[in-house]
Design a protein around this ligand. Structure first.
Ligand code: SF4
Ligand code: SF4
Length: 216
């Protein structure tokens, strides 16, 4: 195995949403009409035209304060993508994996029709979304066109805190393990890297993973 990986250190994320906005800008995706739904998080979820959303999870903490568990959520670029391998040959052909491991939804996804529901259910992280108007399925594509030119994905380029980092597999796994060792000293054994052998987005979390995302 080789290719490119993200490393996401949730302890360094300030929920500035730079990554979310940079993704919209680079991909020329329109803003969604949002409203106050009782959270600082907006929009509420991933969408056909929102490939990345920063989740704002808020929990009561000591001394009448709150604890924030920020989580920049997008496709994990699975090493063996369940969405691609859900069983249908047309789906297999419509979803491609490039030399860096980016899982890319092509124009062929327009013909998924009812198959799209099986694709979405196959994803352990509930990532893929379909445009009701065109039928096209979409999600993060790892900015493969930037990466092929030696650039960082727009999200990683924008992150001001070092929470969202991108690079070669060995470097990202080394960084993840170094950050994990630091986090364990401070937060104890709940610090962990999620699904390290299965995905190309290595999340460091320091508490129960479900506190970060229902699908973490
Ligand atoms: S996270 Fe979901 S959409 Fe992304 S590659 Fe894995 S199965 Fe596919
Ligand atoms: S740009 Fe970095 S610090 Fe800001 S929300 Fe995204 S991951 Fe967090």
């Amino acid at each position: 195995m080789s290719g490119k990986y993200f490393m996401v250190d949730t302890t360094k994320c300030t929920a500035c949403r730079g990554c979310q906005v940079a993704c919209k800008q680079w991909n020329k995706l329109p803003a969604e009409q949002t409203h106050n739904w009782g959270s600082f998080q907006n929009p509420k979820d991933l969408a056909f035209d929102t490939y990345r959303v920063v989740r704002f999870n808020e929990y009561p903490a000591e001394k009448n304060s709150v604890a924030w568990y920020f989580f920049t959520d997008a496709c994990r670029h699975c090493v063996a993508p369940p969405c691609k391998d859900e069983g249908d040959q047309y789906v297999k052909d419509a979803i491609v994996v490039d030399k860096n491991g980016a899982v890319i939804y092509t124009e062929k996804t327009k013909e998924f029709g009812k198959k799209f529901e099986d694709v979405r259910k196959a994803c352990p992280y509930d990532v893929p979304r379909m445009d009701e108007k065109t039928g096209l399925a979409a999600k993060c594509h790892m900015c493969y066109m930037r990466v092929n030119e030696g650039l960082l994905p727009a999200c990683a380029k924008s992150c001001p805190t070092g929470a969202l980092v991108f690079g070669d597999e060995a470097a990202m796994k080394k960084l993840a393990n170094e950050r994990l060792a630091e986090a364990k000293k401070k937060f104890g054994d709940k610090a962990q890297i999620l699904d390290i052998d299965d995905v190309r987005v290595l999340y460091l979390v320091v508490d129960d993973k479900k506190k970060y995302s229902e699908y973490a």
